[in-house]
Structures are given as C-alpha cells and as structure tokens.
Design a protein around this ligand. Structure first.
Ligand SMILES: [Zn+2]
Length: 563
C-alpha cells in the first residue's frame, strides 16, 4: 500500500505502533483467551518425554482390575486414586458416596468342562449378579429354543447400535401368548439339567479388515464448524432401533422369562452363546441384579457352544461340569466417586471438570473401558501439577462408578451438586464445563460440546494446536438424552458436557466389554498425546476471561428424563 494512501507520518506510525502494543498487552491481560502456546509446547514435551500414564494404567488394571461397582476392587482403586493425586500435590482428594442400592458382585472361581462324550475345558465367563453352583456339578446338557417372533428386514431409519452390529434382519419377539405357551411346554424338561438357551449364532468368517483409524478428511468433515448440528461424531443420545410393538416381548423380556422358568423348574445352570467370533466373550449382568432370581449362568464362547449343539444334534448325552464361586457384597449398596482438585486463584469458585468412569465389567481388567479414560484424565491433571501451573479457575477431576449400570455415579453427582437447568443449585452456575473420555485407546479426534455454536468455538483455537496429532475441532450438541457415557449426565442437566471422540482402534471389534479388555490393548503413543491435549484444553478453559457459553433459558432444549 503506497504511503500517501496509508496516510501516516513516521511519528504517527510510532504512536500507532505504541497503541497497538498497549492494546496487545491489554488483550493479553484481560481477555487471556489467546492460546498459551508456550505452555502447550511444555505440556507436549513433558508428556512425550516423562509420561507416567502407563504406570497409572498398570495400577488401575493389573492391581485393581476388574473394578466392578460395589466391589472391594473398585473401592481399592478409588482409595489409590485419592492417595496418588494427593501425592502429586492435588488438594481436596476424597471419595463421595452415592446410593448404588444393589449388592456388589464378583466371581472368584470358574471352571467348566465337557466331560462326555468328549473331554474339553470350556472357555467361558460368568454373568454378573448370578449365583454360584453348589460346588462342582455335573449334569446332562439340553438345548431350548425360546420363541423369537417373525423375522423382519431393518427399516431404513433404524440406526445400528453401538458396536457396529445390528444391521441384519431382526426378530420382532414373541407375543405374550406365544411365550406363555412355550414356557408351559418347556418348564418340565429343565429340572436337573444344564440348559443351553437358544440356538447358536453362526458367525461367518469375515474377509473385511476393520478400520482402526479414521481418515483425516472424514474427521475434518465431522468437525467442520459449518455443520453446526453436532453430536453425531460423538455421543448424542442415539436410539436403540425402531419402536417396540407393545404386544411383543423384547429379547430382554424373553430372557427374563427364561430365567424365571429355569429357576422354578430346578435347572442346574444356564449357558448362553457368546455369539462373537475369535473367542470373544461379553459377559455383562443379569438384569435383576439379584442372584436369588436366576440360576448360575455362564457365557460360553461361540465355538464351544456350537460344538455342544452339534454333539446334542448327533443324539449324544452331552455331560457338562461346572464349578462357579461368586461373592456378593452388601456394603456395595453404597458406592463412591473419586474426586480431586487443583485449586484456582482469582476465579477459584468457578470449576472446570474432567473425568471418566473408573468402574468396569468383570471378565477382563477394564483397560480400554475405561481404565484408560480414567488414566488420561489423571495424567492430564498430573501434568498441570508437575509443571507447577496455577490455574485461575479450580480444576476438578472426577472418576465415576456405576457407569456400566446406567451412568449412575455421574448422574448422582450432577443431581447432588448441580441440579438441573430447570431447578439449578448454586454450583450449577459455577461449573465451566466437563471433559469426558470413554471410547478406548484411540487418538482424540474432536469434541462434541453441549451448548450453542459459540461453546464449541471456544475450543477450536486450542484444538488447532494439535492438528499434527489428528485433533480436528469441536462441534455443538443439543441433545439432553443420557446414554453412551458420563458427559451426557451433564448435558442432561443443561451443563456443558464435552464428549471426546477417538479413533476406534480395536474398541468395537475386540475390547469393548469383552474378555480381552486388558493393558496389552492400549496404544501408549495415542494415550500420551490424549493426556497432553486434555491438559492443554483444561488449562486453556480454566484461564479464559469468561466461562464456556451456555444455552440461554429461551434456547435450552427441553429436559429429558435420565435413563
Ligand atoms: Zn465405558
């Protein structure tokens, strides 16, 4: 631009530069919303060179896993987190009780064999909240076929469930009358037997390699700020398929009826098909959470289930032996969230939270779900402590229990501390936002922020510091539906919950809730990077001039009942 048009003399230029300098200093002092790139660089270097995350994960998995809600293992993990965060210099580390309302449950011993007409040890896991066998029991196996109802092709608007399955045709379920008739015809056959419930699911050999990383262009499109709707790339409260016909029983209701029949009919044990390839077993819980309401129940790997089925079809008397010893813990009715803080300075009454669930399922050590999410959050606060950083707002890490049973620990905490947008407690106004990680070991790829567009925009300049590590932005989310993970407990209350999305790696294919969810399945490089990214994001938010914007009263989505 020519000087005449610019219209500034040398003196004026000096004045302008001086003013520019003053305003830059003012911006730095008051706005403080520019990214502190020097600290981001220190966090990156410190984490990649001196990480302790794999030690934290080792303790949570190898020492304290599995960490089922209501068990001594989970409580020991909570106590370790309190001691460890205190050792790092964090303040106010403590456990907060909430009412789980059920006994804790654990399996101590489980062995099983086919003893006739062949001999083989069975690969299986025990279903949680089911009873022990009476020592070693041997009995003939029988197979029963609960009614399924008519088969239908999925409708176009039926979204697949989490885990990438559920695309195929599904059964509508039996009517109540069909179920009653089947129970009446079957109940006298199960006494003294070990009962295989249902036909084996045939899992064909797959010729497709599962995708472990999401391509960058796909992730960039997911977190494109112009998209604006948000939520789809992370947890947005998806439904679980089409509407259920009220005249037909769901698969869960059928299973409950089978449990009742087996208990009343004097069956020795129930055997379910794991229905997964590669020996993968997912063993969750009996829906009653009451060992008095069902018989001992195991989930046998698909291959063993198929072998027993085929031997039975040959007309053989197939005998199985089981020995299962489970424990229940009445003290588990009270469970605990673990909480620790880095106190703030001039805005100490405002709080930036980060967390994940510490509880797990029981058939492995709960590494990807969610020992690692917990470890990432712990490592993030350890980094901030190690670097001697003093945030303006208080930083509070919280590790929940009861997530696997329905986000129970985080919902209890949110209810107790914050209330809801419609019935807020004083702390509701003081929570800045809540970061959550809970989808395995993969790199962080973006964040879904409950709130108006401006809320997601807050995080973009910080996340942009990590594009070389594959973190590509943030989008808004507006659903108050609970589901998926604990950030939705905050969304449900109208608070800025932030769900971080990750590369899938082996989460859906191998580890989520399975018998293979162990320390070995963690990618150290990914989780170190995630820790530095969360530390930088928390640090950034904790020092901004303003809190993360929220929906105004007029724009707040209608409340949804937590479930
Ligand atoms: Zn989880």
């Amino acid at each position: 631009m020519p000087q005449s048009e610019f219209g500034l003399s040398c003196t004026n230029m000096k004045k302008a530069l001086f003013l520019l300098g003053v305003s830059w200093i003012l911006l730095a002092q008051t706005g403080a919303d520019s990214v502190d790139t020097a600290t981001v660089a220190r966090m990156r270097a410190e984490e990649m060179e001196h990480s302790e995350i794999m030690h934290t994960l080792h303790m949570l998995t190898d020492r304290y896993g599995p960490r089922v809600t209501g068990t001594p293992n989970h409580e020991a993990a909570v106590k370790w987190v309190i001691a460890e965060t205190t050792r790092w210099g964090m303040k106010n580390a403590h456990q907060e009780a909430w009412d789980f309302g059920r006994d804790g449950w654990s399996n101590e011993r489980a062995s099983g064999f086919i003893v006739a007409p062949v001999h083989q040890n069975l690969k299986f896991e025990v279903l949680a909240w089911t009873p022990s066998t009476k020592g070693t029991v041997t009995a003939s196996a029988i197979q029963i076929y609960p009614p399924l109802g008519p088969l239908v092709e999925p409708s176009a608007d039926t979204s697949p469930g989490r885990g990438g399955r559920g695309f195929g045709p599904t059964h509508l379920g039996p009517t109540r009358e069909e179920m009653d008739a089947w129970v009446a015809a079957t109940k006298d056959k199960v006494g003294g037997k070990i009962v295989l419930a249902g036909k084996q699911t045939v899992i064909p050999v797959s010729f497709e390699a599962p995708q472990k990383r999401r391509p960058d262009d796909l992730v960039k499109a997911m977190y494109d700020p112009e998209r604006g709707d948000g939520g789809r790339g992370a947890f947005g409260g998806r439904g679980r398929g089409g509407p259920q016909d009220p005249n037909r029983l769901t698969a869960a209701q059928v299973s409950d009826r089978v449990d009742g029949m087996l208990l009343k009919g004097g069956a020795i044990a129930r055997v379910n098909d794991a229905a997964r390839a590669d020996g993968i077993i997912v063993a969750q819980q009996n829906r009653f959470y009451d060992a008095a309401k069902c018989v001992p129940t195991v989930i046998v790997r698909n291959d063993d289930y198929g072998r027993i089925e085929r031997l039975l079809a040959d007309g053989d008397d197939v005998k199985l032996e089981l020995n299962i010893l489970n424990h229940t813990y009445p003290d588990g009715k009270t469970s605990y969230n673990a909480v620790a803080e880095i106190p703030g300075t001039d805005k100490a009454d405002e709080v930036v939270m980060l967390g994940g669930h510490l509880d797990s399922w029981h058939s492995a050590t709960g590494a990807t779900d969610n020992g690692i999410g917990s470890s990432i959050m712990l490592e993030a606060v350890r980094l901030i402590e190690t670097l001697g950083l003093k945030p303006r707002r208080t930083i509070r890490v919280a590790l929940w229990s009861g997530e696997e049973e329905g986000l129970l620990g985080s919902l209890a905490y949110v209810k107790q501390h914050f209330g809801t947008a419609e019935d807020p407690k004083p702390e509701w106004y003081k929570l800045d936002c809540y970061f959550n990680v809970d989808t395995g070991t993969g790199r962080l790829r973006g964040g879904s922020v409950f709130g108006p567009k401006e809320a997601a925009a807050v995080l973009r300049p910080l996340f942009a510091q990590f594009e070389d590590w594959g973190l590509f932005g943030a989008v808004g989310a507006a659903s108050r539906q609970t589901g998926g993970t604990d950030s939705t407990s905050f969304n449900n209350a109208g608070l800025p919950g932030i769900g971080m999305s990750q590369d899938p790696i082996e989460y859906n294919t191998l580890t989520h809730h399975t018998s293979l969810d162990t320390y070995e399945r963690i990618v150290p490089d990914d989780v170190k990077k995630a820790s530095a990214e969360i530390a930088a994001a928390v640090w950034y938010v904790a020092n901004r001039g303003e809190m993360v914007p929220r929906f105004s009263k007029a724009d707040m989505p209608a409340p949804v009942e937590a479930r």
